[in-house]
Design a protein around this ligand. Structure first.
Ligand code: BYC
Ligand code: FE
Ligand code: FE
Length: 474
């Protein structure tokens, strides 16, 4: 479809839908106000080398240029419709996909879209201050790229609310700009999105684990029988790949730096060397990974069963025959152990009710793959230490293991032992202060803070000393 240069870039022929166009154009200045208030602090006038989606085809979705962030062209893009697409799974399988919200599933769809949408502005708010201590221009640019794209994802979901949910949808869209991450009176919906992200190791862990939850949640919604949702999330996923890259390679570059410096100085305390110790990196992984597990919801969930049964939310790559050949999930069960009457007992969860868990398993595989990569640099440096993913029972706040004293190995401890050992597993104030003490802003092109390695290569083919951010008052 042709590119349109309206106020709101889009490939949905917005101009032909005056009502929705007007509603979105009325929302636009509020979005800009929100961005100026809650977006990256201190860099709104600078020229950032950013990727902007101007259409969904391969030549248009990754257009690079210097842009001031407030001038970023946040647009609405859906992947083109698949002709005669049918619902792929659940009780409505084989029926035509829905082009409008089916009345009987309105509540569920609204809730899922609102929950997903809310995480996008939340993450921008959480990361607001990180530019001030970016370890390089390359990293600073990546942060801002992630932030403007989360802003675009907010647009993607707000479009669905405006076009398909009438007055309720417009109200929900307004509330997206009113809630605030971490605000006691008006917090973001999911707990993990209310926690500030205050240092760059936390940011990389966030992009690694939280954005990766996003990948799997969006992947499940991309299977939806509500076609506009499927097409919106599918296109969001193309942008999301970069966020995951930033997270995975970011943690990887910290691990590699630590490994290298430790191998050169085997008898020195890492704190004397200005690097993040492997113990602290492991604690960050423990914290952010377990936080991400909570985002999948409960292991045994009637909501999840309803979403699957209705054809609203599928499994990851539901229609890939290498993953699934059967799309009803009626006959099997998922076996899981959890505490009952004071001891661990096996439970059978009917498969549809276990869909949060099935999605989480797919997510987990992806995390394991990254872990293997990170550990390669430890091996290469000749170190014995290995990073690991803690047990899915550890440090949980949602689901069947919530608030129980399991250690990272998944063993049940006494409350006292658990409390005594907690500071060995999750970053302490002192750990966080130490990491913060390493956070110094580096703005010379091609230079990097001492606690992180440079990337393997520049972005979009740029060389090592490329000026990813041009400061207006520099
Ligand atoms: N926090 O049946 P259950 C992203 C509630 S990240 C607070 O187990 P369900 C991004 C639940 O609401 C992707 N409450 O849960 C990343 C329910 O409440 P009620 C965002 C929670 O509904 C980085 C009760 O507990 N996620 O995009 O099956 C940067 C029982 O719950 C939580 C989505 O988009 C929680 N963590 O699953 C930017 C997915 N978990 O009914 C962006 C869309 C559960 O008893 N949402 N509860 O009052 C969903 O699919 C589902 O809502 C959830 C929860 C998977 C989140
Ligand atoms: Fe996003
Ligand atoms: Fe993201």
């Amino acid at each position: 479809m042709a590119i349109t240069y309206d106020k709101i870039p889009n490939n949905i022929d917005l101009a032909s839908n005056r009502k929705v166009q007007k509603a979105l154009e009325a929302w636009q200045p509020d979005f800009k106000d929100w961005w100026m208030e809650m977006g990256p602090e201190g860099f709104q006038q600078d020229e950032i080398y950013l990727r902007t989606a101007i259409s969904v085809d391969s030549s248009g979705w990754a257009h690079f240029d210097y842009v001031k962030m407030p001038d970023y062209r946040w647009g609405i893009f859906l992947t083109p419709p698949v002709k005669d697409r049918k619902i792929g799974f659940g009780d409505n399988a084989e029926m035509d996909v829905w082009e409008q919200v089916p009345g009987e599933y309105r509540k569920e769809l609204r809730r899922m879209i609102v929950t997903q949408c809310d995480t996008e502005p939340a993450s921008v708010e959480q990361q607001k201050l990180l530019g001030k201590c970016a370890p390089s221009l390359y990293d600073m640019r990546n942060l801002f790229q992630v932030n403007v794209e989360e802003g675009r994802h907010l647009w993607a979901m707000v479009h669905l609310l405006h076009e398909y949910f009438g007055k309720d949808g417009r109200d929900e869209a307004d509330e997206m700009l009113q809630r605030r991450s971490g605000n006691v009176d008006s917090p973001r919906i999911l707990e993990a999105f209310n926690k500030p992200v205050e240092d760059w190791l936390a940011f990389f862990c966030f992009a690694m684990f939280m954005d990766r939850d996003g990948k799997f949640q969006l992947g499940a919604l991309a299977e939806s029988g509500f076609d506009p949702l499927a097409r919106a999330t599918k296109f969001m996923l193309t942008e999301e790949a970069h966020h995951l890259f930033v997270g995975e390679t970011g943690v990887g570059r910290v691990v590699a730096r630590t490994a290298q410096v430790m191998a050169e100085n085997p008898d020195t305390d890492p704190a004397q060397l200005g690097i993040v110790s492997l113990d602290i990196i492991q604690k960050y992984i423990n914290e952010w990974y377990t936080g991400s597990l909570d985002l999948f919801g409960g292991e045994d969930s009637s909501n999840a069963a309803n979403y699957f049964g209705a054809g609203l939310k599928g499994r990851f790559q539901e229609m890939n025959p290498k993953r699934f050949t059967e799309h009803q999930a009626m006959d099997e069960c998922y076996n899981l152990d959890w505490m009952e009457d004071g001891k661990m007992a096996s439970h059978e969860i009917p498969m549809r009710r276990a869909m949060n868990l099935v999605l989480r398993d797919a997510y987990n595989e992806d995390c394991v793959r990254a872990m293997v990569r990170w550990n390669k640099s430890l091996e290469k440096a000749g170190l014995d230490f290995r990073l690991y993913l803690p047990s899915q029972r550890f440090n949980r706040h949602i689901g069947v293991y919530a608030h129980q004293p399991f250690n990272p190995q998944g063993e049940l401890l006494s409350d006292k032992d658990y409390k005594d050992q907690y500071s060995q597993w999750i970053p302490t104030e002192a750990d966080l202060d130490y990491v913060k003490s390493l956070m110094v802003q580096v703005t010379e092109p091609g230079h990097f803070a001492g606690w992180i390695n440079p990337p393997a290569k520049g972005l979009n083919g740029q060389d090592e000393t490329f000026e990813y951010v041009k400061f207006v008052n520099a």
